[in-house]
Ligand binder design. Structure first.
Ligand code: NAD
Length: 354
């Protein structure tokens, strides 16, 4: 019998990483080593308990000794690297942690992976992969027409996207210079369950339910391409299994919406699902000054992953957004714990206020 394969997942307690972990534990027979620092964005309530197939390790990817030790102890067959600071607004308020985690952290992982890879032989060496999860924001803004392809020049606009672009460049270099078998995916905006309520869709959903203002940046006409988080994770599994080493794959939902469209859809859906609410959610929409450096439009051309690897999104926006809103309605405790920090206090052994 073949021994169980091990995937080292970084950032597996965050929004997308936790979805990947839940999905891969269900669809595959691998063991997942989930390496996450549990920043404000990470939550063990988003992932299964420890078992023979899921091992949680709390640690910082920018910490060389811990990273080296994880590779030595668990001998991964593949690395899927999600861990990052991920929120553009936070990167504007304080870029330090973005440089440290996204750039230095990726560098430390690459260094440890290179060392680990050099010690592998045979099938283990042939099959090893380092998959770096990145964003379409590295390409900067695109005009009203046109799409980002895998060969579009990088032109990041925010400290967040600049730090992700830097990490992509390091990953490329580790492939070209050191022969590390890397894969890079650049995906558009994700939405779905377990997303921290600082991001557009959960924030607007929760405010709409609570009767709080729905703050839309500027005129709300910025365009983003949206993809359901499980479809993204499915694409990552596809690239991990069949992607061509050294290459980049764009992942998108072919689903462009203005921010205002998104907020209107949320209002309509919340009005319908919560007919007991005393307010019409549309009356809560308020326009606030635009984010500095706000890119007008992102649009992904995902034809490479579709044509070469046969991946396409399984869910339509209309169905998945409804399910997502329903999930937030059904899981208020998860959100409360995330927002109150109660979860983190319990984790550190402190008292929580219930
Ligand atoms: P998230 O903020 O929800 O989760 C990030 C996770 O990384 C958290 O669990 C956090 O605890 C962990 N982490 C942060 N710093 C760490 C460190 N120094 N060491 C170890 N763990 C650390 O982010 P997300 O939305 O799930 O995004 C995951 C990845 O996908 C990121 O690399 C992001 O750039 C990329 N991405 C996100 C989107 C999106 O729409 N959310 C789209 C495309 C790509």
């Amino acid at each position: 019998e073949e021994p169980m394969k091990t995937i080292l997942v970084t950032g597996g307690a965050g929004f997308i990483g936790s979805c990947f972990v839940r999905d891969v534990l269900e669809s595959d027979t691998v063991r997942v080593v989930n390496f996450d620092a549990l920043t404000y964005a990470g939550n063990r309530e988003s992932i299964p308990a420890d078992s023979d197939r899921h091992v949680f390790v709390r640690g910082d990817i920018a910490d060389r000794d811990t990273v080296t030790q994880v590779f030595e102890q668990y001998v991964p067959d593949a690395v899927v690297h999600f861990a990052a600071e991920s929120h553009v607004d936070r990167s504007i308020d304080g870029p330090d942690q973005f440089i440290r985690t996204n750039i230095n952290g990726t560098y430390e992982l690459l260094t440890a992976a290179r060392q680990h890879f050099s010690g592998l032989a045979g099938d283990a060496k042939a099959q090893f992969r380092f998959l770096h999860v990145s964003t379409d924001e590295v390409y900067g803004a695109v005009g009203a027409k046109g799409y980002f392809t895998e060969t579009t020049a990088y032109a990041p606009s925010s400290p967040y996207s600049a730090s992700k672009a830097s990490s992509d460049m390091l990953v490329r270099a580790w492939h070209h210079t050191f022969g590390l078998p890397t894969l890079i995916t650049n995906c558009s905006n994700n939405y779905g369950p377990y997303q921290f309520p600082e991001k557009l869709i959960p924030l607007m959903t929760l405010n709409a339910i609570a009767g709080k203002p729905l703050p839309v940046y500027g005129n709300g006409l910025n365009v983003r391409d949206w993809l359901y988080v499980s479809d993204h994770c499915d694409a990552i599994q596809t690239v991990l299994k069949s992607g061509h080493v050294g290459e980049t794959y764009n992942i998108g939902g072919n689903c462009e919406r203005t921010n205002l469209d998104i907020v209107h859809t949320i209002c309509r859906t919340v009005n319908e699902l919560c007919s007991y609410l005393p307010h019409d959610c549309r009356s809560l929409i308020t326009h606030v000054p635009d984010r500095p450096g706000h890119d007008h439009r992102y649009a992904i051309d995902a034809s490479k992953i579709r044509d070469k690897l046969g991946w396409r999104p399984a869910r339509t926006f209309e169905i998945a957004i409804r399910d997502t809103i329903q999930w937030y309605l059904d899981n208020p405790a998860w959100t409360d714990h995330m927002l109150s920090g109660a979860y983190r206090m319990e984790r550190l052994g402190g008292a929580s206020n219930g």
